[in-house]
Ligand binder design. Structure first.
Ligand SMILES: *Cc1c(COP(=O)(O)O)cnc(C)c1O
Length: 347
């Protein structure tokens, strides 16, 4: 790996970050807060939130086994993705390499940050070709994106492939694990101390059941985390989000229960869909959704939506022709989907 100094944009490396009122008093005993021009009357939200979310990070640290100085919290993982570009990619000059098909935000953030996006198509089972990805890097390639389990295909990326990228690529390797709780393998966070170029993304939006509060996590070296903290908005996680997350983190067994139920429904759905003859291919999934190929996906999509069942049409995505992405819902919701598909198959 190149040094961080070589990888980080020079203006970011030299940045003097904004120092907020709540940054400056930290660590000292305080009872009278006259530093931040807040309204002193209690509305439950009249005070600025903790800019570094210490309480939440301690809880995540305990659950995930990663030390707090290796954790960044963002306004969704989308903030962490955007920060990677803003920290590492010089607009108009640098580029990134990513597996394709995958999550659309990597490309959108590249476009916003005027960074060339080199999409390298996977094989038919959605496994990336690492040699091919490496062959598309040059001295301006700063980031390499993987998503495992991948969205929209659902498969895990081979661990040996990710290790090869980490061992060979000179820049930052980002592994998006938004769906890792539904997979039966562990997280790559265990490799953080071994690989200073590794950034792992996770989120509260899927297994944790909190898409509405907008909270994403990035795990990386303390040096990269400190850069992210310098570049982010000072109070990026609002106080309502912090309270809701702390409460959910106090009952991780609830999340485990949901994950078990969703994983078991995923098996039931894969088996039931296989018996409906319009479902041509049900791709193997380690996530909370199934990618399914039909003969005429758009017709199936319209039929479902006329009955109030909304799925995601991925037909125009590379390698996903005629495919719909079906999220695993409650058993009742899944039954509604199955009966609509059976009705379509019989007409
Ligand atoms: C859903 C999803 C996310 C979540 O993004 P948030 O901004 O945290 O809601 C991230 N990555 C992938 C691949 C996803 O599918």
């Amino acid at each position: 790996m190149k040094s961080l100094k070589e990888l980080i944009r020079p203006n970011i490396y030299a940045l003097t970050p904004y120092s907020s009122a709540r940054d400056e008093y930290k660590g000292r005993q305080a009872s009278v807060f006259l530093d931040a021009n807040e309204n002193p009357y209690d509305t439950q939200v009249n005070r600025y939130p903790d800019p570094l979310q210490t309480g939440i990070k301690e809880k995540i640290s305990g659950i995930r086994g990663v030390s707090s100085d290796r954790i960044f919290l963002g306004n969704g993982s989308d903030e962490a993705i955007d920060l990677m570009y803003r920290i590492f990619c010089i607009p108009g000059t640098d580029n990134v390499v990513a597996m394709e098909p995958t999550y659309g935000m990597y490309r959108v953030c590249a476009d916003i940050n005027d960074t060339e996006y080199r999409a390298i198509v996977t094989d038919e089972s959605f496994q990336p070709d690492i040699d091919e990805m490496l062959a598309h890097t040059d001295e301006h390639t700063k980031l390499m994106f993987f998503c495992s389990p991948n969205n929209p295909s659902g498969n895990l990326i081979g661990r040996e492939k990710l290790l090869k990228a980490l061992d060979t690529f000179q820049g930052i390797v980002i592994i998006d694990e938004a769906y890792i709780d539904f997979a039966d393998c562990g997280s790559m966070t265990g490799l953080l101390s071994e690989y200073p170029n590794l950034v792992v993304l996770q989120t509260f939006s899927k297994a944790w059941g909190m898409a509405g509060i907008r909270l994403g996590m990035a795990f990386a070296s303390p040096e990269i985390i400190s850069m992210m903290n310098r570049v982010k908005y000072p109070y990026n996680i609002n106080i309502l989000t912090q309270r809701a997350a702390l409460e959910q983190l106090s009952s991780p067994e609830k999340v485990e229960g949901w994950v078990k139920e969703i994983v078991s429904e995923r098996s039931r759905m894969a088996e039931s869909l296989a018996k409906i003859d319009i479902c041509r291919t049900i791709f193997p999934s380690d996530a909370n959704f199934l990618l399914v190929r039909f003969d005429n996906a758009s017709e199936v999509y319209d039929f479902l939506s006329e009955r109030g069942v909304i799925v995601r049409n991925r037909s125009r995505i590379t390698l996903c022709g005629n495919s719909l992405r079906l999220t695993i819902g409650t058993p009742q919701e899944n039954d509604v989907l199955l009966s609509c598909l059976s009705e379509y198959a019989e007409k």
